[in-house]
Design a protein around this ligand. Sequence first.
Ligand SMILES: [Zn+2]
Length: 137
Amino acid sequence: MEPIADQELGRVVHVLSGASYEQYVGRAMPRYRLPESLWANPYKVGRHGDLDTVLLKFEELISHFCNDASAELASVPGLRRSFPTINKVELAKLNRLTLACWCPDLDGTLLTPHDPEVCHGRILLRLAARAAAELAG
Ligand SMILES: [Zn+2]
């Protein structure tokens, strides 16, 4: 597969930075009237491991749903959420979008491709680009 240039992936902004965005990918935040995103990471730091671990688990989960047509979508052992509508087509819709999460700096500084991986939003963008490329044939 051709490597995908990072600048083509889209970006992740802080949900309260004031920057416009197209898809919230975080957990439910009633205080800000934000329902849980389909794309929120169901794995939590502490309960499921450290940050690196929950990011890796998230990547594996999304990859699983998008790569295995026979994947059991109803539930994942150990998680309270179900994932009825996560698939490659839905993932590809995130390609090149601006996502909003809580990980980027509040001042609007973007997570750049050169920053360490600290947000599942960037993982989503990376997987979305791959999904879009695969669907395009
Ligand atoms: Zn994040």
